[in-house]
Unconditional design. Structure first.
Length: 182
């Protein structure tokens, strides 16, 4: 009862400054702080301490559950591409292709092209497209359709699966979206 008003700490601070021996919670609970020069040593009640620790851990776990479920909703499916199949030449060609073809839309393209996916006869395209303007990023459906058309022309889904991250960056802000085309 004594600690409930602590959420109103500015008011609590005024009470302590006015009367250092009593807080607002002390007035409500009818208690006061007594200073003892040589306090008695008390023994630690280990079972109560352990119960309090377990309750705190359990409460923390329960409070974090909703956030862990939210995080798992945004995970993307992992594609088992063969790292050794990274094709630097095709990657650079993709960077130049998308930067020139989408010059009015993006600042920069950063692509990695892998020739093989484990267990499939397809390649893997991973790309990041950095938008120039917020308006184009926010009008995502129109921008994506233009990007998707180029992507399908250069990397048909019969031959590649593609993971593209769309980024708009300005001072103090970073916005991202991602799409997996397979």
């Amino acid at each position: 009862m004594r600690n409930i008003p602590i959420v109103f700490w500015p008011l609590e601070a005024v009470f302590v400054l006015a009367n250092p021996k009593r807080r607002l919670g002390d007035f409500i609970a009818g208690t006061r702080i007594e200073y003892v020069e040589y306090p008695e040593k008390t023994k630690m009640d280990w079972p109560k301490f352990a119960i309090a620790v377990f309750i705190a851990i359990g409460f923390s776990f329960l409070m974090s559950l909703p956030f862990s479920f939210l995080g798992s909703m945004h995970e993307t499916e992992k594609t088992p591409y063969v790292i050794e199949s990274l094709n630097d030449q095709k990657s650079e060609e993709a960077n130049v292709f998308f930067t020139t073809q989408l010059n009015d839309l993006i600042k920069k393209a950063d692509f990695k092209i892998y020739d093989n996916i484990q267990g499939e006869d397809r390649g893997y395209v991973a790309g990041i497209l950095y938008f120039k303007y917020r308006e184009d990023y926010e009008d995502f459906e129109q921008s994506e359709s233009k990007i998707k058309e180029l992507l399908a022309k250069k990397y048909p889904l019969e031959q590649y699966c593609c993971f593209i991250k769309f980024v708009y960056k300005e001072p103090g802000s970073l916005n991202t979206r991602q799409r997996f085309y397979k």
